[in-house]
Design a protein. Structure first.
Length: 473
C-alpha cells in the first residue's frame, strides 16, 4: 500500500512538472505570475506585516510555488472585505485561504482544500458551555464582516442577533469590554489575538459549526490555474504539512521593551494604587456610616412595626378583657350578614349581660368588678367554638357571633355559657346575675335590627330571673 501511495505521488509530481513545462513553453516566458490577496489580519492563518505575507497560507504558497513553478505576487489590502472586493474586480486573481460558500461560488472557483481548522465560540469568563449556535439564545454574536459564518448564520440561525466587526482582534476587544456577548472565530487566530492583546477575561465556551475547510479561491477568469494548484496540493507531503502547522501553532510573540512607556505605566499604576487606597478608605468609612444608619433605621422600623402591631391589636380589642371590641364585632357581624345574603348560610347572635337587682358598681369596688369581667371573658372563650366571635360590647354586655349556626344550636351554646358563668364566676356574688338573649339572623335584616331584636330577648330574660336565656321572636 505504501509503494502504491509513493508511486501515485510520483506520478502526480511528474504530471505537475509536465503541465508547468508545457505552460512555460507555450508562453515562452518566465514562470507564470499569479496575483493574490489575503486576509491582512488573520494570524496565524495569514496576515500582512510590513507589506509581507506571513502565516500558514504564506508557507503553503511558497511550497506550491516550488512545486508548480507559479510566481505568486501579493496585492496588499487593508481588510478582508477589501480582499473580497479586489478578487471580484480582478485586481488580484486568487484568494489564498478561504472557505467555500454559495455566495463566493458566484465569482470564484475553488481548489482542493489544503488546511482544516475548527471554529470556536468565545465568551467572557463565567459564561456556561454553549452547544453550538443553538445554545447562544438571546446573546449578541460578533462575526467578522465577509466571513462565511455571516452567510451560514443568516441562513440557518436567522433568529440570532449579529454584530459585524472588521477583524477578529476588534471583535475580541469588544467582547472583553462587554459590547458583545459571544465572538465567533478560528481556533488558532483567536488564541493568537488573546495572547497578543493579553485578554484575560474571555474563554472558549463551545465549537461553531461548520469547521473551516480552507482552499484557494480563484477568479473565474483565471480558473485554468485550478488544476495546477490541485496537483501541487496533492503532492505536498504530510511531513511538510505537519511542519507548517507546528511552526505556526507555537508562535512566540516578542515585544521590544519601551522603558518610557514602562515608566509612564508605573507612574499611572502608582497613582492608581494611591487613588484606590484613598477610595477604599473613603468607601470603608462610608460603609461603616451607612451600616450604622441602616442599623438605626432597622431598629426604628422594628420598633415601629411593634407599635403598629400593638395599635392594630388595641384598635380591635378591649383593653380590660382582651376580647374583641364593639367596632370589630360590628365589622364581623356585617361580614356575616353579607355572607348570609350571598350564600344563605344561617347565623345566630347571643347577647350576655352581667347585672343585678342593685347596681353592681355600687356594691362592688372597681377591682372586684374588673376581676369579674375578666373571668366572664375567660369563661366565654373557654365555652364557645373556635369559629365563634366573642366581644365585650359595652360595660357589662358581651356578644357572641355564631357563624353558620341555627337557632337550636345557638340555644344549646347560650344555655351552656350562662350556666358556666353562673356557677363558676358569680357563685360568691348573690346579688349579681347573668342573662342572655338569642336570635337567628332573618332575611333583609341589618346588624342594628338584629342586635335590637336580640337585646329585647335579653331584657325578657332579666325579667324572668337569674341565669335565664330567651329567644327573640
Amino acid at each position: 500500500m505504501l509503494l502504491t501511495l509513493s508511486y501515485s505521488v510520483k506520478i502526480a509530481a511528474q504530471a505537475l512538472q509536465q503541465n508547468v513545462s508545457q505552460t512555460q513553453s507555450t508562453n515562452n516566458t518566465a514562470p507564470r505570475e499569479v496575483t493574490y490577496c489575503v486576509d491582512p489580519d488573520w494570524a496565524p492563518y495569514e496576515a500582512i506585516r510590513n507589506n509581507n505575507h506571513v502565516g500558514i497560507s504564506a508557507d503553503y504558497i511558497h511550497t506550491i510555488s516550488e512545486l508548480s513553478g507559479l510566481n505568486f505576487k501579493l496585492v496588499p489590502t487593508q481588510s478582508w472585505e477589501q480582499s473580497l472586493a479586489f478578487v471580484q474586480q480582478g485586481n488580484c486573481q486568487i484568494l489564498s485561504m478561504l472557505n467555500v460558500s454559495d455566495f463566493r461560488k458566484q465569482f470564484l472557483d475553488f481548489s482542493t482544500p489544503y488546511f482544516e481548522a475548527p471554529n470556536i465560540l468565545v465568551a467572557r469568563s463565567g459564561t456556561p458551555i454553549l452547544q453550538g449556535y443553538a445554545g447562544i439564545g438571546h446573546r449578541t454574536v460578533g462575526v467578522v464582516k465577509g466571513y462565511r459564518q455571516v452567510e451560514y448564520i443568516s441562513r440557518h440561525y436567522p433568529e440570532l442577533r449579529l454584530k459585524l466587526v472588521q477583524t477578529e482582534s476588534e471583535g475580541l476587544a469588544e467582547l472583553a469590554r462587554g459590547e458583545i456577548d459571544v465572538m465567533v472565530g478560528s481556533l488558532l487566530s483567536v488564541n493568537t489575538h488573546i495572547n497578543n492583546q493579553k485578554i484575560d477575561n474571555v474563554s472558549i465556551v463551545g465549537y461553531a459549526e461548520p469547521f473551516d475547510s480552507l482552499a484557494f479561491g480563484v477568479n473565474k477568469s483565471s480558473s485554468d490555474i485550478i488544476p495546477i494548484l490541485n496537483t501541487a496540493i496533492a503532492t505536498i507531503s504530510e511531513k511538510r504539512k505537519v511542519d507548517i502547522y507546528k511552526q505556526w501553532n507555537n508562535v512566540q510573540v516578542r515585544y521590544e521593551q519601551d522603558y518610557f512607556k514602562l515608566l509612564v505605566t508605573t507612574c499611572f499604576v502608582l497613582m492608581a494604587i494611591v487613588c484606590l487606597v484613598w477610595r477604599n478608605r473613603t468607601v470603608s468609612q462610608f460603609r461603616r456610616l451607612t451600616k450604622q444608619k441602616n442599623d438605626e433605621i432597622e431598629s426604628l422600623q422594628t420598633t415601629l412595626l411593634d407599635r403598629n402591631r400593638t395599635l392594630e391589636f388595641l384598635s380591635a380589642h378591649d383593653t380590660l378583657t382582651g376580647l374583641y371590641n364593639r367596632n370589630h364585632m360590628i365589622q364581623k357581624a356585617e361580614e356575616e350578614i353579607s355572607r348570609f345574603h350571598r350564600f344563605h348560610t344561617t347565623a345566630s347572635l347571643i347577647v350576655v349581660e352581667i347585672g343585678g337587682k342593685r347596681d353592681c358598681r355600687g356594691e362592688l369596688n372597681e377591682f372586684d368588678r374588673e376581676n369579674i369581667l375578666k373571668q366572664v371573658a375567660s369563661q366565654c372563650l373557654a365555652t364557645v367554638r373556635e369559629v365563634d366571635v366573642v366581644s365585650r360590647f359595652t360595660g357589662e354586655q358581651f356578644i357572641i357571633l355564631c357563624p353558620q349556626t341555627a337557632l337550636e344550636a345557638g340555644r344549646v351554646l347560650a344555655n351552656r355559657l350562662v350556666e358556666c358563668i353562673d356557677q363558676d364566676v358569680l357563685t360568691d356574688n348573690a346579688d349579681m346575675q347573668v342573662s342572655a338573649g338569642l336570635s337567628e339572623l332573618k332575611e333583609s335584616e341589618n346588624f342594628t335590627d338584629w342586635f335590637e331584636r336580640t337585646t329585647k330577648a335579653l331584657y325578657h330574660s332579666k325579667r324572668l330571673g337569674k341565669a335565664k336565656v330567651s329567644v327573640a321572636d
